[in-house]
Design a protein around this ligand. Structure first.
Ligand code: ATP
Length: 323
């Protein structure tokens, strides 16, 4: 009983995916290193990393397409028998194969029969769900990439999974296709309660739908954070470096009514107030005989944040957020 209780607390049921010290080694190289990832029920979890970072490998381990070298995977709170959990997962990791000369309906019908699903209405429901119900006889080869992706998602949904694992489903889509797929995923998440783990090498691609983020670089999960934490980290700010930070702040509070700020160190201040002109700040500081070393507006830029997190922020440009 004690053992059972311990396992329960380690992987609470609201966690859909949890890994512990996960490693994957391919021919002598660790391509995943000590991954501890947590995807909660209801998340749209964006796994962000450059090509080769290890996203696909991690997803393949979760879906059972490859085995980890070391470490533990838990699905829906269960780490012993993963097969049960995997029946509740729909996935697109490698492109699903569809027959080029068949319609959306015929392609799905083929998979319905192959999977032994008796209920024929499933196909129509899926077509409707992904917005392909009006494609009629149009054959798959004439679909746009966005339509192809949506058909892939329909197939991933065929077994009514609680969790979708999608590897770069937005990659290569045109702007319309991107919006279509994003809207579909949002709808599935919000209205059907499907938890989604989705990967991309472009943070902004998923920033309008993701509720949580995991940044992966060189096989390591370098940061896991919620949407609101990311938003906070990406606020617009003015950063100034001065001779005396405290004195400069007194001046700016008095002359410019600066209210939201943070003294980073003796020489660095961050200001979060909006509508402040850089020239007014420099005038206020200099006219009070305080040395001004640098003054810059740092824009909220998600891609720069991503580069910063993975240690590739451009320090010279001053675009990173760790300054
Ligand atoms: P991409 O978006 O390019 O697929 P990724 O983040 O999904 O990138 P992975 O495909 O997981 O990255 O690859 C991570 C590393 O593991 C890469 O260096 C890759 O070359 C290597 N790798 C992946 N599969 C194998 C394999 N079957 N054998 C050997 N090395 C592999």
């Amino acid at each position: 009983i004690k053992f059972f209780k311990q396992r329960k607390t380690r992987f609470p049921a609201k966690v859909n995916i949890s890994t512990k010290n996960l490693y994957k080694n391919y021919s002598g190289t660790d391509v995943l290193k000590n991954i501890n990832i947590n995807v909660n029920k209801g998340d749209i979890y964006a796994l962000i990393g450059k090509n080769g970072a290890g996203k696909t490998t991690l997803m393949k381990i979760l879906t059972g397409q490859t085995m980890q070298t070391d470490g533990e995977v838990s699905l829906f709170g269960e780490s012993e028998n993963l097969n049960a959990g995997r029946h509740n997962i729909g996935t697109i990791i490698e492109e699903p194969s569809f027959f080029p000369y068949l319609s959306a309906r015929k392609n799905l019908e083929y998979y319905r029969i192959q999977r032994g699903i008796k209920d024929k209405s499933v196909v129509d429901e899926l077509l409707y769900k992904v917005g392909l119900e009006k494609t009629g006889k149009k054959s798959f080869k004439n679909f746009s990439l966005g339509m192809k992706q949506r058909l892939g998602i329909a197939l991933a949904l065929m077994n009514s999974p609680k969790l979708l694992i999608l590897d770069e489903p937005i990659n290569g889509l045109d702007p319309t296709g991107i919006v279509e797929v994003r809207n579909l995923l949002k709808d599935l998440n919000e209205n059907e309660g499907v938890t989604i783990l989705i990967s991309s090498h472009i943070l902004t691609e998923l920033s309008s739908i993701a509720t949580r983020y995991g940044f992966i670089n060189d096989g390591k999960l370098v940061q896991e954070l919620t949407k609101s934490e990311l938003d906070k980290n990406c606020t617009n700010k003015i950063v100034l470096q001065v001779g005396e930070a405290k004195k400069a702040l007194v001046v700016m509070t008095r002359m410019l009514n600066v209210k939201n700020f943070n003294i980073i160190n003796d020489n660095t201040i961050e200001i979060y107030d909006k509508n402040l002109a850089l020239k007014d700040i420099s005038k206020a500081v200099i006219s009070n005989d305080i040395e001004l070393y640098s003054l810059e507006q740092k824009k909220a830029n998600l891609e720069e944040y991503f580069l910063d997190v993975i240690g590739e922020g451009d320090v010279m440009r001053g675009g990173g957020l760790s300054a």
